[in-house]
Write a protein that binds this ligand. Sequence first.
Ligand code: 3PG
Length: 386
Amino acid sequence: VLKMTDLDLNGKRVLIREDLNVPVKDGQVTSDARIRASLPTIEFALKAGAQVMVMSHLGRPTEGEYEEKYSLAPVAEHISKLLSRQVPLVKNWLEGGFEVAAGELVLLENVRFNTGEKKDNEALSQKMAGLCDIYVMDAFGTAHRAQASTHGVARFAQVACAGPLLANELDALGKALKQPTPPLVAIVGGSKVSTKLEVLNSLSDKVDQLIVGGGIANTFLAAAGKPVGKSLCEHDLIPVAQELMKKVNIPLPVDVVVATEFSETATATVKSVDDVAEDDMILDIGPVSAQALASTLKDAGTIIWNGPVGVFEFDQFAGGTKTLSLAIAESAGFSIAGGGDTLAAVDKYEIADKVSYISTGGGAFLEFVEGKVLPAVAILETRAAQ
Ligand code: 3PG
């Protein structure tokens, strides 16, 4: 694909699609990782002398309606602070009528306030394209959506290219999945096999070891004939888990941390997987299992991590996720982490600078790992080939 960094942006109207879909509470941005990840792209365009317009969605507002709680106003304020310059938020921007000088920046209000955004409406896409000389797709986190601001606009813009954040994400994920240094080890945690089925299937063809955790591991334990008590477990997916275990090496825990209730104050007990009682809930992997997995991770050439292996929000069930996080941090292999819960663990154990690449994608990260085509990337490839 064409890259923004290879183009002359001087004096050009440059429309950049970022994923600034960040958590906001009481009018304040509570986690700005995605905003910070987009800054190098924005700063590059500003320095190059472009008239910069940045657009993004926030949340899932009702199509075509302005709703204050989904306004990008808190994001505009936050970027203003980070860049030490006032970044105006433009409300009704579709028809143009606003000024941006060269080397200046405006933020356009939530793209999902526009009717037709999610349906990738052609007329809407053409309007967006008309606002710019160069369209830059940089929102990796939304690249799995074929919407007007991620896909349609790229069809009609005079020039459509990839921004550095998108390009870096694709490089890093491609390195881990397409030319991994062996052994390739993946960790897939989270609560349900059903929501990660495609990821598990796709990874089972590629990895040397597939570590499962959280509720997902319970279904695999049940598939191996172990008692799971009243743990979260999808019994209907046991045959699927059995097939996966035939296909790829899935190391199961030998010890687990259980409790009889799911709460912050629940008493945690370490048990052998054979001793889980009927009223036990498995809420973490045990220390012996965690140590064994940690040594696997330290020797890995490549690590793909999505999802915690226990209820790490509660400290008594956080040991497994903590041990694995630190092992990933210590591993000399190339590691990538993605997904909301995973990034919360990365933050909690302060390993952000020790993971080789942290993806800004949630759903997009999973779809990439599943081997799916990301429509917002595919259209850039089509345009580049023209
Ligand atoms: C995300 O947070 O995963 C992206 O910003 C996409 O948001 P969406 O699922 O509402 O399209």
